[in-house]
Design a protein around this ligand. Structure first.
Ligand SMILES: NC(=O)c1ccc[n+]([C@@H]2O[C@H](COP(=O)([O-])OP(=O)(O)OC[C@H]3O[C@@H](n4cnc5c(N)ncnc54)[C@H](O)[C@@H]3O)[C@@H](O)[C@H]2O)c1
Length: 336
């Protein structure tokens, strides 16, 4: 079906895993990876496939209308991963979230429309449903985003869906739970705690540590997007999750136990403002369609921890080498 796919944000965590999946699975697809290479983008994530004959990397911003106009001429499908993604940073510096997640998404949609691109997948998050004290969110629930990150992602979702309703464009929106796995920027909970523990540094736990998230191995997320690309329907929304809800403190204990590190590394810190208590997704729509996660949390978290042990240089280059990492983390936790 699809021939040339524009993948945005393909130098980030999930995007790079998705680029690798597409190139390996579909030898006749051409992949254009458009990424601005913000602090979170990293070409090291794609080293093994950078010279693949069906792959082209373009450094650029999804807000750059002229660039997007030019790129869309050759494109059949767009999969939009590009985003500002760290909730803490959206508390610290919210405006860039609106620029990329709203204006950037809108720019992609508009030029995809003008060039009659066949389809557009907007990669979204479960955080748009807001904190769910009981039960689980279904695709038709009212959105209740509460952070600048989730609000900007909700705006992107709604713009995308409006392009289906108004212009008849084939737009599909995904909403996924927390991912973990190889190449995740080490500011996010699991790689941050794994690498801190490896360095015998403290693991800063927000509030009482009892916030609940559902966790999905990144390869399962990429499989789900592939499934939606090939079997989804125009205008539909798809919840994607692992069915592995856990409190942050449980994740912390699993990491410490796996690495044989002491409990004394746990440090409770002042909670993040507006910290949602629980996200929970009902994924029965995807299960009915025939997708299901292939990895269990128990096995995949071990594999993930092992990956960070083996690939120490990868995360050291970020933690020790990228000023944007250290400056932000040092300041953020000093305030807590
Ligand atoms: N990580 C998760 O747990 C999770 C869960 C659900 C949904 N999502 C969504 O999946 C997508 C990817 O998340 P991730 O964790 O891989 O993010 P990430 O932060 O690791 O990567 C984001 C990528 O987007 C690029 N980018 C940022 N702004 C850009 C711009 N203006 N133009 C072009 N490129 C830009 C960055 O350089 C980076 O390579 C996001 O849309 C995110 O909202 C993530």
């Amino acid at each position: 079906m699809a021939k040339t796919i524009l993948i945005t944000g393909g130098a980030g965590f999930i995007g790079s895993n998705f680029v690798r999946l597409m190139l390996g699975k579909y030898p006749d697809y051409n992949i254009i990876n458009l990424d601005k290479l913000t602090y979170a983008g990293n070409l090291e994530n794609l080293k093994d496939i950078q010279s693949h004959k069906n792959y082209r990397f373009v450094q650029g911003d999804i807000c750059d209308a002229q660039l997007i106009d030019g790129l869309m001429q050759d494109v059949d499908w767009v999969v939009n991963f590009a985003a500002e993604t760290h909730v803490d940073r959206s508390v610290d510096d919210p405006f860039v979230f609106t620029l990329t997640n709203v204006i950037g998404t809108h720019t992609l949609l508009e030029y995809a429309r003008r060039h009659r691109v066949k389809g557009f997948i907007q990669i979204g998050t479960d955080e748009v449903y807001g904190s769910v004290e009981t039960g689980s969110s279904v695709e038709t629930d009212i959105l209740d985003p509460r952070s600048p990150y989730s609000s900007s992602k909700a705006a992107g979702d709604l713009l995308a869906l409006s392009y289906h309703t108004t212009f008849g464009m084939d737009v599909r929106v995904t909403r996924c739970t927390n991912n973990y796995g190889p190449y995740q920027f080490p500011e996010k909970l699991i790689p941050f705690f794994v690498t801190n523990a490896l360095e015998d540094r403290e693991l800063p736990i927000y509030g009482d540590g009892r916030n609940v998230r559902d966790w999905l191995y990144v390869e399962d997320h990429c499989d789900a997007i592939d499934f939606i690309l090939h079997h989804g329907r125009a205008g539909d929304i798809y919840n994607i999750g692992g069915g592995q809800e856990m409190e942050n403190i449980q994740i912390t204990d699993i990491i410490l136990k796996e690495l044989k590190k002491p409990e004394t590394l746990k440090k409770y810190v002042k909670d993040r403002p507006g910290h949602d208590r629980r996200y929970s997704l009902d994924i029965s729509k995807m299960l009915k369609l025939g997708w299901k996660p292939r990895h269990t949390f128990d096995a995949a978290i071990k594999e993930t921890i092992q990956w960070y042990i083996v690939n120490e240089q990868w995360w050291r280059n970020i933690k020790d080498g990228k000023r944007e990492f250290k400056d932000f983390k040092d300041r953020w936790y000093k305030e807590r």
